[in-house]
Design a protein around this ligand. Structure first.
Ligand code: NAD
Length: 436
């Protein structure tokens, strides 16, 4: 029988445990979620019929603070997936030293099949069902795959109606008009860029050392919210972004693509095309059409998977030719591909570090909601940079000290932080005589 996603996710934990002195009890405790809620959500459809949807909310661990994690609306949502995503959130928040535990939620459906009014009734119904399981001091949801600021706004409103008080801090990723933070929508790509720049300085030397060297080449799989932002920042910083893709396939040109033109064209047409735009007039430039599989196998300096999980597995890891991989997507490399990439000398920078900019600015949003004082975009990005670079440098040092991968080092950092919090909380079980 295939391993559950959660079992697969916790394999990364096992590797890190040999470098951390935490008790066996703590390590064992961290392999199972603290609480899992399964709910039924009845929704009146536009045609008058009633449909009942299945939803979940999982608290994985709350030792370091209220739990934090997104809500996914997707046909494949199931309890195992939500539990493993909650596991990742626990370690991401701990690795970044954010004062949160980890959680995740989801509803099993294809949101594209619902009208806007049905989607709003479903979103409010989900909050009705989980209202006693979330709260600004207990568990704070956010957007994830196929949920967005509009849905977060409805959910915040429904929670406020139930509690009979305006409660913006119960959910993050809201529209700015309802207390959302400036910089949240670009936070994941921007955070990934800060990590990449800090790490490339270690790998290649400071920018001044690189002045006379050719630009580093980059391929980005997935030109969505996260991927397009990191591609643009890299283009602006002088990297040669030679390939990008979406679910329909990719475009490649060895001299580098004009990313601002591609962004502009995509905003107008939804399509990713190799174009150069002069004002509002965009024309096609010389390029090669490639598949997503070919994009992953390009000989580039930096590969950025920013689309889906399990894109690089034991089946194709041997064909990867990039020197460095920065995981912007969650779980784009399966656990069994780690060793193959390692043996090929490819350095992987893990998702729980690289894509943590989103949850970091969600944390800033929660802080701003609770204080009532709102920050400028410059303040948000300055704090984001500090948080991301500090975490990246700490994890880099751990990797050097133990001569281990950046992924294992990130889990070492997270486990150290979690273990210290668990120890500091005392051993209630010992006091009450529950432990043998
Ligand atoms: P998005 O929906 O905005 O973009 C996803 C992109 O991937 C789209 O361009 C889509 O066309 C493309 N895509 C879909 N299937 C593909 C395929 N088979 N091959 C290539 N491209 C494909 O989503 P996003 O918010 O940018 O999220 C992308 C990844 O980043 C996800 O794994 C997500 O969990 C992760 N992530 C996002 C955030 C965030 O704040 N947006 C935070 C942390 C992690």
């Amino acid at each position: 029988m295939a391993n559950s996603l959660l079992t697969d996710a916790s394999r990364r934990l096992d590797r890190a445990l040999q470098y951390v002195s935490i008790s066996e009890d703590t390590a064992e405790r961290l392999k199972s979620p603290k609480a899992s809620l399964k709910v039924s959500i009845p929704v009146r459809m536009d045609d008058g019929s009633l449909r009942v949807f299945e939803g979940y909310r999982v608290h994985f661990d709350d030792t370091r603070g209220p739990t934090k994690g997104g809500i996914r609306f997707h046909p494949q949502v199931n309890l195992d997936e939500v539990q493993s995503l909650a596991f990742w959130m626990t370690f991401k928040c701990a690795a970044l030293n954010l004062p949160f535990g980890g959680a995740k939620g989801g509803v099993t459906l294809n949101p594209k099949e619902l009208s806007k009014a049905e989607l709003e009734r479903l979103s409010r119904g989900y909050i009705d069902a989980i209202a006693n399981f979330i709260g600004p001091d207990t568990d704070i949801p956010a957007p994830d795959v196929y949920t967005n600021p509009m849905i977060m706004g409805w959910m915040m409103d429904q929670y406020s109606i139930i509690r009979q008080q305006r409660s913006p801090a119960v959910i993050t990723g809201k529209p700015v008009a309802l207390g959302g933070s400036l910089g949240r929508s670009t936070a994941t790509g921007t955070g990934a860029f800060y990590v990449l720049e800090a790490m490339m300085a270690h790998l290649l030397g400071q920018p001044s050392d690189q002045a006379n060297k050719p630009a580093q080449t980059v391929a980005v799989q997935g030109f969505g919210n996260a991927g397009s932002v990191v591609a643009r920042l890299l283009f602006d910083a002088g990297y040669a972004v030679v390939a990008v893709s979406d679910s329909h396939g990719g475009i490649y040109t060895p001299q580098g693509l004009d990313i601002p033109s591609i962004q502009q064209f995509k905003a107008d047409t939804r399509a990713v095309q190799a174009v150069y735009c002069d004002g509002t007039v965009c024309s096609l430039v010389d390029h090669k059409v490639i598949t997503n599989e070919e994009l992953l196998q390009l000989e580039v300096d930096i590969l950025i998977p920013a689309a889906l999980e399990n894109q690089i597995t034991a089946a194709n890891a041997d064909a990867i030719r990039a020197r460095y991989i920065f995981e912007v997507a969650n779980g784009p490399i399966s656990a069994d591909a780690d060793d193959i990439l390692d043996a090929k000398g490819i350095t992987v920078f893990p998702d729980i570090l690289v894509n943590a900019g989103g949850v970091t600015v969600s944390y800033f949003e929660w802080v701003q909601n609770r204080s009532g004082l709102y920050w400028t975009l410059e303040e948000v990005n300055q704090r984001l940079k500090q948080q991301m670079v500090t975490a990246a440098e700490t994890i880099w040092q751990i990797a050097q000290t133990h001569q281990t991968s950046m992924r294992t080092a990130a889990y070492v950092q997270a486990l150290t932080s979690l273990g210290a919090a668990m120890d500091a909380r005392g051993t209630r079980a010992d006091y009450v005589g529950e432990k043998g």
